[in-house]
Ligand binder design. Sequence first.
Ligand SMILES: [Zn+2]
Length: 307
Amino acid sequence: MKRAVLCTLVLIWFGCLAAMTGAQGIQLSQGKKMKIYISADMEGVVGVVTGDQLSPQGFEYNRFREFMTAEVSVAAQAAFDAGATEIVISDSHGNGENLLIEKLPQNVTVVRSWPRPLMMMQGIDETFAGAIYIGYHTSTNNPAGVRAHTISSARLADVRLNGVSMPEAGINAAIAGHFNVPVIMVSGDDQVVKEVQAMLGNIEGAVVKWAYGFHSARTLTPEVAYAVIRDKVKRAMERIKEFKPYHIKAPVQLDVRFKSYRPSEMLSYLSIVERTDSHSIRFMGKDIVEVSKFLEFITTYEPSLEP
Ligand SMILES: [Zn+2]
């Protein structure tokens, strides 16, 4: 009995060896895991110019959810085609419930709704090889770009990390960088591509529209935008080894400027917060993860939170 088991094991071993030597290259590349993270916003999606496309109250929202979903789908599919083995997508706009999950490629998982400690990067960790931004927009400090804002267009006038004004793309790159993951590609209007490339270097950029102002742009049509995104993701995957994670120095000094007066007044009651002027506060985080949690807290918390 024992001898039979041993024989079987030896046979399996030799069988495996034979299979490996027969197609070693294929075996090795097929066995290699490559995880890609996709953070999806909506302001930078093809055709989006105003609130009419961006929230469930807008008359064009349901159609533009389709376009957002399609942009994310082609990005995911292009990444799979280029060797990605696992993809996590975060639905990171508005209510976090925009993507039509039944229309995404079968083998992805999707992060939905809020709050979440890593905000638009929830789900990322050190096992990912690269991060992709779809549908992104410029910072609240940028005079150009469709729907330019940082985290909350209604509430925040500036977000700085270690003294430097940050777009969402920068904050999220620092979160990815904390886990040693580089950002490899961004899609959106011409201005966000310019802004992100100025900050992160020569990553791939898919321009799907050209901004004239906060609420106006000249846009591609959806199918053409999908082709541009597909092409840029493919190129980014080919170049994936060239990109460097974006690291910021720890501890991280966070400065937030509110559009209203009272948030800074109330937050200054907390001993971990310093009020730096009428509308601004400062928080020192031991790293970007702590800063991310603090940002999520101050933009989400209200005493009426239920359940
Ligand atoms: Zn958004």
